[in-house]
Design a binder for this molecule. Structure first.
Ligand SMILES: C[S@@+](CC[C@H](N)C(=O)[O-])C[C@H]1O[C@@H](n2cnc3c(N)ncnc32)[C@H](O)[C@@H]1O
Ligand code: SF4
Length: 456
């Protein structure tokens, strides 16, 4: 992969974990409007149900963090937060069609394992008491290895969890110290071995490149270590520096952030090292073993994307979020809860729901989302095929996406993408600039949009 090409396309742009991006959500969405949308979701693409649970607490705040979280609170506050989540689950259960089954639950944060395991068990029980599940649901949690002990993994397995994503970020404790992060309590390889012994279907590790103190060599060492630990999946996230949103990130500027060139070298270390070791690259920042569901979905062109990133199961139109700041992702609307845990507890006590911002999709948005999802996930998009889904012809889809071939010309000249008739094909190297390709089909994107982080 050519370094110059990467540099050229290293521009700010949406990550397209949703379409339109969350920056388009508008405030003032009421619980009654949410209930109406839940009703619609029971018959508009009413496939299986997915849940997202947000735990907005961490025992120490990492200075690089871009997540919606805060420092852990006293036990009574955590208890009140858990009670609010339980109340929200029971409220939503009243409006969801009981014939629909739960196929996936994803716990994120913050740090789900920064609170007592008994809370996770309690909420899992509430889910089971209120919903029917498919035979093998996917129950996943993002865990901090600094807070995770062997017994916690055993308890999570007993509560039904079968996937854990471990936020390693960097194996070197000296780097973690520079970014104020708690190091792993146990060797990561031992935690992974314990998960595998418990029969977990998939283990994912997260790494970040672009942190202070990291170099090409140190990142290559991380990649060597990952290959040794041999997780099923790996995410190598480019550090997103957005100090205008996350003021704690300013501290890292003083510690000395790697240059864009150094970041690119780290990215390439990851790409070359991991693909040589047999991992399949999925989009810009994910890798999976060749026999993992994610790689198979890429091969079979059945990959999907939502706020949790690339996923194997079709979830568009069916993720219901619980907890502060969580986002419900329905076919026809995105709905986000109030941001802070304090507002959340208060709103839930009043209404049983805590909606704040939302975006209700227009018929045009649905078309653009389909086009962008095809590009981002499957690297191929056919105007006729998308048109057929919406009862329109190819020309109408081009008009809705405001697509003109000139928008892709630079990327075509660099052989990252090609157009054949009405089909757009992303080339292998093009997958690493796939956000830039997707941007050519986004009529809402303004060229001056600098509020997004850069691609790499
Ligand atoms: C909610 S955290 C995972 C669970 C746990 N809190 C932890 O840190 O291990 C989600 C992931 O987002 C990634 N992340 C956080 N801030 C980021 C940033 N500014 N840029 C890129 N990735 C980031 C990290 O890799 C982290 O593992
Ligand atoms: S532990 Fe995870 S969520 Fe918490 S501050 Fe660190 S990166 Fe952010």
């Amino acid at each position: 992969m050519n370094l110059e090409i990467f540099k050229k396309y290293n521009r700010p742009g949406p990550r397209y974990t949703s379409y339109p991006p969350a920056t388009f959500f508008q405030g003032g969405f009421t619980p009654a409007q949410y209930i109406e949308q839940i009703g619609i979701s029971n018959y508009d693409k009413p496939q299986n149900i997915s849940f997202y649970v947000h735990i907005p607490f961490c025992n120490r705040l990492c200075h690089f963090c871009g997540c919606t979280t805060g420092i852990s609170q006293k036990e009574e506050v955590i208890r009140a937060y858990i009670d609010a989540i339980i109340k929200e689950i029971k409220t939503v259960a009243k409006y969801l069609d009981p014939n629909r089954k739960v196929s996936q639950i994803h716990w994120g944060g913050g740090t789900p394992n920064a609170i007592n395991m008994s809370y996770l068990e309690e909420i899992m029980q509430v889910f089971h008491d209120n919903f029917n599940f498919v035979e093998k649901p996917e129950i996943a949690a993002e865990c901090h290895p600094g807070e995770l002990d062997f017994e916690d993994i055993d308890r999570m397995a007993a509560a039904g969890f079968n996937r854990i994503s471990l936020g390693v970020q960097d194996f070197d404790p000296a780097i973690l110290k520079l970014v104020n992060r708690i190091p792993s309590k146990r060797p990561v390889e031992d935690l992974v071995a314990r998960m595998k012994a418990n029969g977990f279907n998939g283990v994912n590790l997260d790494l970040i490149y672009g942190l202070p103190g990291q170099t090409r060599e140190s990142f290559a060492e991380n990649i060597r270590k990952v290959i040794e630990v041999s997780p099923d999946r790996l995410a190598t996230f480019s550090y997103a520096h957005v100090p205008w949103v996350k003021s704690a990130q300013k501290i890292l500027e003083k510690r000395g952030l790697p240059t864009p060139d150094e970041k690119l070298e780290m990215f390439l270390e990851g790409l070359n090292g991991l693909t040589s070791a047999g991992y399949v690259a999925i989009g810009m920042d994910h890798y999976a073993k060749a026999d993992d569901d994610l790689s198979l979905a890429l091969k079979n062109k059945t990959l999907h994307r939502n706020f949790q990133g690339y996923v194997t199961r079709e979830t568009t139109g069916q993720v219901y979020g619980f907890g502060s700041s969580s986002i419900t992702q329905l076919w026809g609307a995105y709905i986000q809860n109030v941001k802070t845990f304090k507002e959340y507890i208060e709103e839930i006590s009043k209404n049983g729901l805590a909606t704040d911002k939302a975006y209700v999709m227009t018929p045009e948005n649905l078309v653009v989302r389909e086009v962008i999802t095809e590009i981002m996930c499957n690297g191929r998009m056919d105007f006729d095929e998308v048109g057929a889904q919406f009862g329109k012809d190819a020309e109408e889809i081009k008009r809705i996406t405001q697509f003109t071939p000139e928008k892709l010309q630079e990327l075509i000249d660099d052989q990252l993408v090609s157009i054949e008739g009405n089909t757009v094909n992303v080339h292998k190297e093009g997958f690493f600039v796939v956000r830039n390709i997707a941007m050519a089909f986004d009529p809402l994107l303004k060229t001056s949009d600098a509020m997004y982080s850069k691609t790499i």
